[in-house]
Design a protein around this ligand. Structure first.
Ligand code: ADP
Length: 510
């Protein structure tokens, strides 16, 4: 009997020790027992310190949001006439365009606290955790009303329910339902405004978008030239920048850059300046930073070798075509100084602001672009022979295939007619996508092949017709390693003048 009592006692002591250990663990008392209860993952800032003036270049979005500030500051103005104050604002736009900043600026301007959480924080392994986080967040917000709740990446929880791979996800649905319930639960005029951000509005659940929830939608696009200039001005304030630097020139060189990328660009330039022990940022650092961000880190030049010669001809192939094709963007520079990521050289055109900002590209431009991308391979084959072409053109060929496919299946620019044969937004998670018969698939393939072949033939012809110019340009590039657009065009002009003189001399002799 004594032995039995002893064993039972031993077990009880053991269990108690385990319980106590978990109670003292760093996660807080009783961690093992209540994983379902959320540890608050949201952040609260009593004062964000961000004002509308700090957000530059997105005037339309700012104007629309100005009203939200008034809702928070003077709700009586609206309630007096019986207006219901909107509860939710959805900010739509690509990453880095300043959506978080805008939300903070609203809180800053209105002088209210700012609660923020990312959609992905709601999504947890255990069913119910996300929903309890939503409850916590709204409870805290109600205690601090008026305030702003900011939910970043709302598409992580707000995707359409019950579609796509696996046919839905219990945890996400519960979280979303909870979010909808909370938004319905607080009266319109309680002073809480939920601001959510996403770059995929198309995947959001319709229930989120109906009136009474996120009924305001504000698009925050990539900045245009003017916007980029203003953003650069804002970020240049805190940097020491040489007088010779023209922010306009930088803005012109950076279409497609988001606000965050522009901020990063100026920061990289400043880092380069410090590394070079200069007093202030000059255009040289900015140019280097742009190349570094868009292409890669600069490496030491190659020693003279066949590989270097091949790279030079390859790049001249691209560069010359960009100059000779009528609808191509003009050359900015061509170089054979290698970059990180296996880039042996590159030829870069001046970005076509108008097209990038508007997002509209003409058929002629696309075809010339494809021809130019094939110029490298055409030069390789023309100069060194078909057997010597190498794998260096892999990324060109990929680009060509993508563009040609889009021309056929998305832009309706082939003889198949104006048909959208592929949904650009096809996405495995929503289960949407393009579908067509096998017969059409064969036609699409043959159209793509026709475009690529035709463009390659054009590229080869132009290289062949200008062979001695190609040689001269390649020699210049091998010697200088980088040719700016102006230098490149000067060599072409000088070459043309010379051949003209030779021709007139020949006529005179005959
Ligand atoms: P998003 O939430 O759209 O991904 P953020 O608001 O987090 O982008 O922006 C990231 C950073 O980029 C900001 O901290 C800011 O430095 C810079 N930035 C982005 N857009 C702008 C803008 N319009 N004006 C000034 N700075 C900007």
């Amino acid at each position: 009997m004594l032995i039995q009592v002893f064993v039972i006692l031993f077990l009880i002591v053991g269990v108690m020790a385990i319980l106590r250990r978990s109670a003292n663990s760093p996660g807080g008392p009783g961690q093992a027992m209540n994983f379902g209860k959320s540890r608050a993952r949201f952040q609260m800032e009593a004062k964000t310190g961000v004002l509308f003036d700090d957000v530059a270049g997105i005037e339309e979005a700012k104007e629309e949001l100005q009203e939200v500030v008034t809702f928070l500051k003077k709700p009586e103005k609206f309630t007096a006439v019986g207006a219901r104050i909107p509860k939710g604002v959805l900010l739509i736009g690509p990453p880095g365009t300043g959506k978080t900043m805008l939300a903070k600026a609203i809180a800053g301007e209105a002088g209210v606290p700012f609660f923020s959480i990312s959609g992905s924080e709601f999504v947890e392994m255990f069913v119910g955790v996300g929903a309890s986080r939503v409850r916590d967040l709204f409870r805290k917000a109600k205690e601090n009303a008026p305030c702003i709740i900011f939910i970043d990446e709302i598409d992580a929880v707000g995707r359409q329910r019950g579609v796509g791979i696996g046919g839905g996800n219990d945890e996400r649905e519960q979280t979303l339902n909870q979010l909808l319930t909370e938004m319905d639960g607080f009266e319109g005029n309680s002073g809480i405004i939920v601001i959510a951000a996403t770059n995929r509005p198309d995947v959001l659940d319709q229930a989120l978008l109906r009136p009474g929830r996120f009924d305001r939608q504000v698009t925050v696009d990539l900045p245009t030239f003017k916007g980029r200039l203003q953003i650069l001005e804002v970020h240049a304030r805190s940097k020491k920048i040489d007088e010779s630097v023209s922010l306009e020139a930088i803005a012109r060189r950076t279409p497609g850059f988001s606000g965050a990328e522009l901020a990063n660009l100026l920061n990289e330039s400043a880092i380069l300046t410090a590394r070079r022990r200069k007093e202030a940022v000059t255009m040289e650092e900015v140019e280097d930073a742009i190349d570094r961000l868009t292409i890669g880190l600069r490496l030491t030049p190659l020693l003279d070798s066949k590989k270097k010669r091949m790279t030079a001809y390859h790049e001249i192939g691209h560069a010359l075509l960009s100059e000779l094709l009528p609808n191509c963007d003009k050359l900015n520079k061509v170089t054979i100084i290698p970059r990180s990521g296996g880039i042996e050289g590159f030829s870069q055109t001046m970005p076509n602001e108008e097209m990038i900002d508007s997002g509209l590209y003409t058929r002629a431009w696309l075809l010339d672009r494809i021809t130019m991308a094939l110029g490298g391979r055409a030069a390789d084959a023309e100069v060194f022979g078909e057997d010597e072409v190498d794998t260096g053109a892999t990324s060109d060929i990929k680009q060509v295939t993508n563009l040609a496919r889009q021309m056929v299946t998305v832009f309706g620019m082939s003889s198949l007619g104006p048909l959208a044969l592929e949904n650009m937004e096809s996405d495995p998670y929503t289960g949407r996508g393009g579908d067509y018969s096998e017969e059409i698939a064969i036609k699409i393939d043959s159209q793509i092949r026709d475009i690529a072949k035709q463009c390659y033939a054009d590229a080869q012809r132009i290289i062949r017709e200008n062979r001695s110019l190609v040689d001269q340009l390649a020699d210049a590039l091998l010697e200088q390693e980088t040719l700016e657009g102006e230098e490149f065009r000067a060599i072409i002009a000088a070459f043309r003048k010379e051949t003209e003189q030779v021709a007139t001399a020949a006529v005179a002799v005959s």
